[in-house]
Design a protein. Sequence first.
Lengths: 599, 400
Amino acid sequence: MTDRIRNFCIVAHIDHGKSTLADRLLQLTDTIADRDMMEQVLDSMDLEREKGVTIKASAVRMMYTARDGLNYELNLIDTPGHVDFGYEVSRALEACEGAILVVDASQGVEAQTLANLYLALEADLEIIPVINKIDLTSARPDEVAEEIESLLGVAAEEIIQISAKEGLNVEEILEAVIEKVPPPLINNEAPLRALIFDSHYDAYKGVVAYIRLVEGKISPEDQMHLMASGAVFKPVEVGVFMPHLQPVDQLEAGEVGYVATGLKTVRECRVGDTLTSAIEPAAKALPGYLKAKPMVFAGIYPVEGEDYGNLKDALEKLQLNDASLVYQLETSQALNFGYRCGFLGMFHMEIIQERLEREYDLDIIVTTPSVEYEVVLNDGGVKRIDSPAELPSEGDILEIREPWMRIEIFTPTEFYGTVMELVKKRRGIFVEQDYPTPNRVQLIFELPLAELIIDFFDQLKSRTRGYASLDYHFIEYRSDDLVKLEILVNNESVDALAMIIHRDNAYRKGQALISKLKDLIPRQLFAVPIQAYASGRVISRANVKALRKDVLAKCYGGDVSRKRKLLEKQKKGKKRMKMVGNVEIPQEAFFAVLRLEGD
Amino acid sequence: MKSHSVYLHIPFCRHLCSYCDFNTYAGLEEHIPAYIQALCTEIEFVAEYCEQQIPVHTIFIGGGTPSILPVREFGKIFQTISRVFDIQEHVEITIEANPGRLSYGYLKSLRDLGINRLSLGMQSAIPEELRLLDRQHDNYRTEKAVNDARRAGFGNINLDLIFGIPDQTPLSWQMTMDLALSLNPDHFSLYSLSIEPGTPLNDWLGEGLISEPDSDIAAEMYELAEARLHEHGYQQYEISNWARKGDGLGLMSCQHNLQYWRNLPYLGFGAGAHGYAGENRTVNVSRPDRYIEKLLSSEVDSSQNDISYPSTPATTRVTVISQAEEIKETMMMGLRLTGEGISRREFHSRFGTSLEEVYGGEIEELLGLGLLEWDQVTSERLRLTPKGRLLGNQVFQRFI
Ligand SMILES: Nc1nc2c(ncn2[C@@H]2O[C@H](COP(=O)(O)OP(=O)(O)OP(=O)(O)O)[C@@H](O)[C@H]2O)c(=O)[nH]1
Ligand code: SF4
Ligand SMILES: [Mg+2]
């Protein structure tokens, strides 16, 4: 029976149509009835639907009768394409033997096409390349096929060309999966070993662990044991993704499914842990996952101090559903108690922020993001800091080192000049270039991560009318002439607004930041001086003028309710600001540095 | 029974001003007779709720442009009102009017019907500003209206003025104030222009044809007006309202609006009118044609028992105001009264709990911020400081 199982995922650059293809596969296999169908049905989170972007990988089981007349169990995982979610993809790959690599017929191979392809190759997966969106008038499937041929060595004619949107040729993919993707290598007789590749928290069922069974079997009656955390439990439920959670009596080696553990403390069940039987435990845990390496750090603080406990709880639960999130306690002079969080990128940070606000109904402030620095002290010691507030005083510092990245940009050749200019402005170094097709260029640079996180991607997109794509990897720490830029609000330094920047940029950035803050900090009942300060001197200053007039006029015809609503709305807006000293600072002020135009 | 106020809404204008977002319509004048009939029906409907006649001490006819109505329509309204309500001896009856088309004869007839207070929409004395606001009158018309009204026997005249108009300067505002003062009205209402969505002014702003009024300059204008009016013997009693002393030395403040600010009961009749009585806030359907339909269609049955006082067949929304809400609204409205503010004693007798008990922290904070003060003589009344008058929202917010 297990030779009738195929575990595969769909990987691609962002927006190349993975989730739309998944829709068609779900329909083709009657997994979802037409009346329950909606576009990108696997993107079930509100945020995913709103942004039209997959954030979480989702698994689903499909039953399919192939042309050979046999019934197959297909376990599909749809993955996100955004560069920040590579970790999500790499975990999904561990649960599969094959990957469908989708390439957009009009855009061709892009940065994350390569990045995700390499991840899949590293995981030893069988790759099935597919060209999508051939219905577009701008489609150039044959050129793209050649691109793929030179990349993978698969003959261009053999690459399946589809339109996921119109359902064209989609069945070919399932046949190719059955033919090319090997069934899982399994051993039902060995003691149970299952890898937890994802999870979420359910108020009734406790932690729900998503698992790939490597060896052995699971039934809901079995007493289970988590090898790393040591937790022992009897599951509330065992099941598969249809894509809703569907309880089953048994899961076998090679299959993908879930175990509702009933565990209430999040700590006891972590992604990467190995699930085994408590009665007949396996001797050795599975290798698990490498920890995700956060790139960007920021403090998250509750707007109201008393929400601190709720924030802690929310982060714990969220981490269960997002294994790449890391956090630890932090105190700020300005903002009191909160958490220093590590993210895989700026988009990831934005998603976490929004999920905390929506799913946990919290009012939070996220501080100015930073990268992690290495500070070499005069006494020879080295200190790693991920918050400018922790920077020792200038006199004690021998040098500051910052992370450098190797970045890869794919762009139509016409934008060559403007991309070069942007990189240069951001202290980048040109490394090499390549022309995968005559009118596209692949540019390789080295760039400080600190420059990359500040609006680089948006700038790149706007300079190339959305055509450029970007991938990056850490290379090393390098020292440079960096200084701390402090921001004083109402004559007090606000640690959460500080940042570390290159000395040459200190003046310009300080000025730009102050003029931006002046607009972003709402007028208070008194005038608020704001200053930027670096290396012992004030670089720029401005005043947020005192609020003079804020009063509603006429209550017309006795319409008290309208007046009250306006006031309530105003009051609510205020609740979303953080009191720093006696000044109300809105979230946007902490992100002002990300929006210094003309950079 | 507590004495009530009555508001009558006349949702018709000949022409719509560029800043107007009131519930009013141009070109529907042919519906006026039916509308007035519906209005009288609605008045009767409410009166029937009560065993005894409801005492009424103020009536306010607002709009829209009430002065668009022929005199006979007022006749019908007053016939109904005086039949069903217990009209108090010193009743204040206000009518809003635009200076554009008033005649002595018309004003005289209104006066003879018992209307004793006239509120004129002067808005500005500067031709460019009147043009921008798309008003249909000029200074000559305003002056004439005031003189005619005096001659017709109106002893209580209000002028409405607007400040914070795009491109208005403190100097032009001063000129408007001077001209208005020279007309010797008994009362002033000064409104800061707010540009509302859906108005032509808002479109022009979006298209970049006009510039956003600067709120600091508006603040300056407000303070300028405060000083001017004070010099001329007008006394401020509400954030936007000033009155002079009458013959009996009492302030000639608008009794009708005081009813709102004191959060006391009023009945609202007409399209889009609001009412507040017996713990209920009501809102009527906005469009005049729907209003007429709801009241005059045959299936209206005055014995309908699924609706509560003071709602009528024209009511589209009823909100029950709990005591907690009533407290909030009393604060929010009462603190607009710059003289009387909120009285400790009245608060206690109305709500059975003390002001400090409910709002001790908020009051402390606002006193500290210099936005509120206790009156100096008895420390009995809590009210806005001069600074607080321009920052009212910062104060009211803390009470809701
Ligand atoms: N014309 C056309 N549009 C398509 C096709 N497939 C997908 N799209 C559109 O491309 C956009 C992105 O599709 P998704 O399925 O969300 O792409 P994705 O790869 O899952 O995106 P991420 O998960 O965010 O990386 C949507 O607007 C789809 O409607 C296709 O075959 N033809
Ligand atoms: S006259 Fe008054 S109600 Fe009529 S449009 Fe002008 S502002 Fe609006
Ligand atoms: Mg997707």
